[in-house]
Write a protein that binds this ligand. Structure first.
Ligand code: NAD
Ligand code: ZN
Length: 364
């Protein structure tokens, strides 16, 4: 269950759920109108089945298909979504159904939070990343020319329906990117889960049903637990940013939609966070080695990519980190670790140590 201050909601995970969306949504719906938001890749695969299921359950169903990609998390697309919902005569009781990855989830959640001052929405996450991360926690948002996710709201879904079968159509690179966030939960505070991933991670990324189900369940539960403890990110929720301060810098420097998917940048970032922790004498070098070895074994990148054959600039990466929105009073908050499963927040990191880690990584 995802718990939040105002209410809790079910997170359903398993095979075969996409054809049961209608019956599952009925108990949480306040009305009988559903509006499905999805993207052009997901629509041909799953829109028909979700429409059919909702219609069979008695819903009056509308939908909108937007372009796939970060450019849809924009003011322009938000306007299109809101107007399409108003054109369809959506009311306060309309249920918005987010069918797709994290991009659709973030956009739909934001639209739901502002349309008529708030309508209910449910998440049907169809990427591993969205099943284990973005569909849980209630953060919604869009990007602006100043950066990613700078405009948004907290708006909890009424229900999350994560059908593991939908991952079978996902490109393997997207599966691996989602796996980086799965591994993150082990590194944050669950060493036994990490040990299990070292044995079964290759089966998870091969979508072997029962290891996959266990990994998703453990991950959503971990996220829901952290979020419930701290819904508006004043403290422990920031641990979910393990690898993300480095990762965001890599994404920004590479150019969004560039050489690294978010999860790939997080994988490299987690390796850097452990290397930094080890270099600061906080964490055993052996643990940093295990992090790198496992992520690399499943097929994730562990060093920054070369851009047109050239190494990224370490100083430029450091500069991006200082501009991250997690910066308070000019100080960067890092998630460091005393070992696998023992992460903590620190504002006492010497930029010279960070630069050394970056220089080592870009020249690897
Ligand atoms: P995404 O939504 O772009 O999906 C990845 C790609 O896979 C897209 O091309 C999509 O069309 C396609 N796709 C989706 N499901 C598919 C399926 N089942 N079969 C085939 N193709 C499929 O990306 P994502 O990685 O799911 O989400 C990334 C977004 O999530 C980012 O914008 C990020 O900021 C956001 N995010 C939000 C939170 C949060 O707490 N709200 C947390 C993490 C990430
Ligand atoms: Zn992430």
């Amino acid at each position: 269950d995802g718990d939040s201050a105002d209410r809790s909601y079910d997170i359903l995970t398993g095979p075969g759920l996409i054809d049961r969306v209608g019956e599952l949504a009925l108990p949480v719906a306040r009305g009988r109108t559903a509006f499905i938001l999805t993207d052009e890749n997901v629509a041909p695969l799953y829109l028909g089945r979700v429409q059919f299921s909702l219609t069979a359950a008695g819903f009056n169903v509308h939908h909108l298909i937007v372009a796939a990609g970060e450019q849809s998390k924009s003011f322009g697309t938000l306007e299109t979504v809101l107007n399409a919902m108003l054109d369809a005569r959506c009311e306060r009781t309309t249920l918005l159904v987010a069918l797709g990855g994290g991009i659709i989830g973030d956009l739909a959640g934001f639209a739901a939070s502002v349309l008529l001052r708030g309508v209910d929405f449910i998440q049907i996450p169809t990427t591993l990343l969205s099943q284990v991360d973005s569909s849980v926690g209630g953060k919604t948002g869009i990007n602006t020319r100043h950066g990613k996710n700078l405009v948004g709201t907290f708006h909890q879904p009424r229900l999350v329906i994560a059908d593991t079968d939908t991952l079978s159509t996902l490109p393997q690179r997207e599966v691996l990117a989602g796996y980086a966030e799965v591994a993150k939960y082990g590194l944050i505070d669950d060493a036994p889960f990490w040990d299990w991933l070292e044995l079964h991670g290759p089966e998870v990324v091969a979508l072997s049903p029962s290891p996959l189900a266990l990994a998703i369940h453990t991950s959503c539960t971990a996220k829901a637990r952290v979020v419930a403890a701290d819904e508006t990110e004043t403290g422990v929720r920031a641990l979910l940013n393990l690898g993300h301060t480095f990762g965001h810098a890599l994404e920004a420097e590479g150019g969004y939609g560039g050489p690294l998917l978010h999860g790939e940048a997080v994988a490299v970032g987690m390796v850097m966070a452990f290397d930094l922790s080890a270099a600061m004498g906080l964490c055993p070098a052996e643990d940093a080695r295990r992090v790198r070895a496992h992520l690399s074994t499943v097929g994730l990148p562990v060093v920054p990519p070369k851009i047109n054959g050239a190494a990224m600039d370490a100083k430029a990466l450091l500069h991006h980190m200082a501009g991250d929105k997690k910066v308070k009073d000019g100080k960067v908050t890092f998630v460091l670790a005393r070992g696998i499963g023992q992460s903590f927040l620190s504002r006492e990191v010497d930029p010279a140590d960070v630069l050394r880690i970056l220089e080592q990584a870009v020249s690897a």
